[in-house]
Design a protein. Sequence first.
Length: 416
Amino acid sequence: MALKKNIENLWWKRFVLDREDMYGIDAAILMNQEVWKSSGHVAGFADPLVEDMKTKKRYRADHLLEEIGIDPKGMTLAEMDALIKEKGIKSPDGNALGDVRQFNMMFKTHVGASEDETSISYLRPETAQGMFVNFKNVVDSFHPKLPFGMAQIGKAFRNEIAPRDFIFRVRELEQMEIEYFVKPDDWRGVFDAFQKEQVEFLTDDLGLPATFIHQVEIADADRAHYSKHSVDTEFDFPIGQKELLGLAYRTDYDLKAHGLDYFDEESKSRFVPHCIEPTFGVGRTLLAVLSSAYTEDELGGEKRVYLKLSPKVAPYIAAVFPLLKNKPELVDKAREVFNMLRKDSALSGRIAFDDNGNIGKRYRRQDEIGTPFCITVDFDTLGENPENKDTVTLRNRDTGEQERVNIKNLVELLKK
Ligand code: GAP
């Protein structure tokens, strides 16, 4: 949770708080079918599916093709169907498969007292539509000039046929999305700028290795129904190179679909703005951070496993220990240091205290959750060696090296 919150906060800071042209919102999760009919999701938000004729279990047709080494990218339903039949592909239970069909991935329910045709609603499969249907609220409240954007972090729900690979593909996912509105002729420059900034967020804010990041232009047949141009950012996960986040040129598709437009004060004209959409999956970003931080090495002749997390995302920036837990004078001093660090607003909530077990075990525990620094209060801190009075040891997670630091310099050092 702490790691996830740090990722979300860094995203919100970069893309919303640090910009003047972005409006953060928190829209409804359940929306009436009319929204999803207009957006094209009722008709078009579907995966290709085949059914085991005996067990009636359903499988993703594109996944079955991938499993026998065929790349289904760009294939139509009919082409996938023909290939499955030609290759005689069976279900994982060894039974014959039916025809490839589209399977809508939205969760359907009824809202209100009556269960009739008009009360059908869907859990949102993307946070995006909540922003489009609130476009007029933002325009009427803030009168923003183009270009401007709306941003949201929240849950989305997809009835994935085959959730798999830990948190890579789940049915309850979380997205961090921006809908950025521009004059129609300006889309290309904005698209390119966001493409660059998406990568900067991954490398500069989250500390992901640039060599793990790949940008892939999406072919016409594979793009979502609303997109005219899409570039996915893929990442080297332990399960292979897979989609981490997306960028789409949604044109005027969505605003038009909901009957919305914009009056431009400058040109005194009314038109439908075009939209660029940078979208990030929170879970996949967390998985990228976790998997690329996992490190095995040897320290002091002992094997260890640790998370080499950037201090910006690590749940704790530092942990404070008394050298021994049964010496009240050490515990009191360590608590004093802990409370002093926690008082600083930049470090608040990011400092741990631990007096459990021996010091070696405490180091290992913090290494395992990626804490970059450990601070130990020892007898020198209390003045046993007057030269070191009011200093503590500061241990570096990656090298295991320790230096003595004056307590009064700790806040600045950790913030840096
Ligand atoms: N509004 C655009 C949109 O939803 P998408 O490519 O379908 O685009 C955006 O989803 C991001 O959401 C993906 O790049 C991915 O990070 C994440 N995502 C999509 N489906 C997911 C799932 N089933 N489990 C986890 N994350 C998912």
